[in-house]
Design a protein around this ligand. Structure first.
Ligand code: ADP
Length: 545
């Protein structure tokens, strides 16, 4: 027997119309590409999204068509998300930090018919356009006064096409499983793969992200998602703020610590989210200038492991609560968050900090298991590490236009991460499966070593890779970027790490570099480091484990 409740499809346009009706005057602030601070609100956003839907319809965009964006976090980008998805088309966010070949591959694979770009990316698109097979219209996200001189053929001015419409448009109703957004993984191995979100997955994910046990985005907060909208939908933060009517602040093209601090301060931001590299730079800036974060209550850190020293600095020095989160493009992206339970909140502060260094408890909607190489499910003992697998209503079941099956017989998706889960349900990523260091038949966690190393006062950033070893298969090499004017030695680092990791984990050598390469989504690029140290071998005398 079915229940007798209404079947009301979970559509993204419904989040927007709710915000327009009940939080119409709540603000959306952008530190814009053109320069000035732009201020709008949810009522205006909804009206302009309707006009944009009319304009896109006039350009021939129909149900299921892909509209690509090469754009920073701005109100116009948000209007594009809601207009395309609201009309039944698909918002395809493209990461402009990828290489040309990857961008061409992605835009051709998605067969984007319309390409919308910020002023910053005009030279990029001028370069790429001859290789793009499907793009019919180019829209530049600016007003008439800022339209650039460009070689691009017939570029449309975003403000012109929006303002030419009257907004007399009603959001259509359709199946909640309709595709709404498309985002490609960066494809560190092989070609990039498209993750195709649905209205249902995005709306359910938005419900999950607003909770106080996850990102805590209530109607009383001011949220700044520094994580770009092209990186797994800015972790869903703009959908979450629209759902609750929270004030939304967008940083446009600005990612330098000084401007980010200014935005946090001027706009009295209370919750924010970004990858560790952003926070590393901001914390350095705060230390150097003596400035603080008086308005900020909580920071979500994810994308890569948050080092203990970073969590301690936020919580102890600046009184900002850290939400350490894990997720991936394939999970919309939220999978787990490290907020405390009644039981863990009663633990001594040091033990709570240990838990905050883990990637947190699975959010309802993401079922998690860890399995060994033979597929056996491992216990939640905080030690048994295995392949992390997930399933749920906002986990991908296939990649876009790709026949390769990606789920196991139980419907679980293999994340490619290696993790363990403790008795409190806190999951800890120990490595990407392809980055684990196999030493003497055991695994050494490169993430644990990196996090221990960055706690050293002279270390700014650290990365650990496995180097082939005749006796142990592989041994760890610690690559360090020292703080300005400092140096670190092998002996000093080994002594520092000695009481923090198992003795057999101690890196066989430590090398200093000026910079560690990062991927387009801010992760340490282990492939590039392994390539750089391809011919490196340990000095035989120093390396007997
Ligand atoms: P890409 O691989 O394209 O950069 P994703 O953002 O989807 O894109 O990357 C997801 C991966 O990032 C996860 O599988 C995991 O390896 C890593 N990751 C995400 N959050 C964390 C975290 N808090 N700690 C450690 N690793 C993380």
């Amino acid at each position: 027997m079915f229940g007798l409740m209404q079947d009301w499809p979970l559509l993204q346009s419904r989040i927007l119309t709710h915000a327009a009706r009940f939080h119409g005057s709540a603000g959306i602030v952008t530190y814009s590409v053109e320069g000035p601070v732009h201020r709008t609100d949810y009522a205006t956003l909804e009206l302009r999204a309707r006009k944009l839907a009319q304009a896109l319809g006039r350009l021939g965009v129909g149900h299921g068509d892909r509209v690509a964006t090469l754009a920073w976090n701005t109100w116009r980008h948000l209007e594009l998300w809601f207009a395309t998805s609201g009309m039944g088309a698909i918002a395809h966010t493209v990461n402009p930090r990828l290489f040309d070949d990857q961008l061409v591959y992605i835009l051709n694979h998605a067969e984007d018919a319309v390409l919308c770009l910020d002023l910053s990316f005009v030279p990029l698109v001028e370069r790429l356009l001859p290789r793009l097979a499907h793009v019919r219209h180019i829209v530049i996200l600016t007003d008439r006064a800022h339209m650039p001189a460009t070689k691009l053929p017939d570029p449309l001015c975003y403000e012109d096409i929006v303002e030419a419409e009257d907004g007399d448009y009603a959001w259509p109703t359709f199946d909640e499983n309709t595709a709404s957004g498309l985002c490609y993984t960066s494809g560190t191995t092989g070609d990039p793969k498209g993750v195709l979100y649905s209205h249902r997955s995005t709306v359910l994910h938005a419900f999950a992200t607003v909770s106080t046990d996850t990102l805590g985005i209530s109607a009383r907060e001011t949220a700044l998602p520094i994580v770009p909208m092209f990186h797994a939908n800015a972790w869903g933060v703009p959908f979450a703020t629209t759902l609750t009517g929270a004030r939304l602040v967008l940083n446009g093209p600005h990612h330098d610590p000084e401007t980010l601090w200014k935005i946090l301060d001027e706009e009295r931001v209370s919750v924010t989210a970004a990858v560790p590299t952003i926070w590393l730079a901001l914390l350095e800036y705060l230390r150097a200038t003596g400035r603080g974060l008086p308005h900020l209550k909580a920071v979500t850190i994810g994308g890569s492991a948050a080092p203990r020293a970073m969590i301690e600095a936020f919580e102890h020095d600046y009184d900002v609560r850290v939400h350490h989160a894990w997720g991936m493009t394939e999970t919309n992206p939220l999978g787990s968050v490290g907020t405390m339970t009644a039981e863990t909140a009663a633990l001594p502060p040091e033990q709570q900090l240990d838990l905050k260094c883990k990637q947190g408890r699975p959010v309802f909607g993401v079922e998690m298991r860890i399995v060994d190489d033979d597929g056996r499910i491992l216990p939640h003992d905080g030690r048994s590490a295995g392949h992390l697998k997930v399933r749920g209503p906002w986990v991908a079941r296939a990649y876009y236009r790709d026949e390769t099956p990606i789920l196991d017989a139980d419907g679980f998706f293999d994340t490619g991460d290696v993790a363990h889960i403790d008795q409190y349900g806190f999951m800890q990523i120990t490595d990407r499966a392809k980055d684990v260091i196999k030493s003497g038949g055991e695994w050494i966690s490169s993430i644990a070593l990196e996090n221990a190393a960055v706690a050293h006062p002279d270390v700014l950033e650290a990365a650990v890779i496995g180097i082939p070893h005749p006796k142990w298969t592989e041994r760890p090499l610690l690559v360090v970027v020292p703080r300005a004017g400092r140096t670190v030695s092998r002996e000093e680092m080994r002594a520092f790490l000695a009481d923090k990791v198992a003795k057999w984990w101690l890196p066989d050598d430590v090398v200093m570099v000026d910079e560690i390469p990062h991927s387009a989504t801010g992760k340490i690029q282990k492939t590039a480091l392994r390539e750089r140290f391809r011919d490196y071998r340990f000095d035989a005398a120093a390396t007997d484990g």
